[in-house]
Design a binder for this molecule. Structure first.
Ligand SMILES: [Zn+2]
Length: 121
């Protein structure tokens, strides 16, 4: 299954690889995140280069009235732009090729699906 997911992704994203990570623009990834200042969980859309792992980020908190560190608790894939899935798949392909590991077929499939439905590849 991984092989066919990889073949689909390579064919969909050919021309994008090899990847220059430093030149990637950032994409917004909607997540639920907990504020380290007030512990409230709200929806945030931090700008990241690698949407596969949003982790911790600094963002304005309305309750605190200042910029605070936030920790991601959940990804909100239902409201995520297709571009984010495409970016994740391209990075997954590039990392797997560079590190000689198996790419995550789910990440590749989601990216191919997003690219085909939205024409964002
Ligand atoms: Zn806060």
């Amino acid at each position: 299954m991984t092989e066919s997911a990889r073949a689909d992704a390579v064919s969909t994203f050919r021309g994008v690889l090899p990847l220059d990570r430093e030149r990637l623009s950032k994409v917004r990834v909607p997540v639920d995140a907990v504020c380290c200042g007030c512990q409230r969980v709200t929806v945030k859309s931090p700008l990241v280069r690698d949407p596969r792992s949003v982790g911790s980020f600094q963002h304005a908190c309305k309750a605190c009235g200042s910029v605070q560190w936030h920790n991601t608790t959940d990804r909100l894939d239902g409201i995520t732009s297709p571009q984010v899935f495409v970016r994740a798949a391209i990075l997954e392909l590039a990392d797997a090729a560079r590190e000689g590991v198996e790419p995550d077929p789910e990440v590749l499939r989601d990216g191919v699906r997003a690219a085909e439905s939205e024409g964002v590849a």
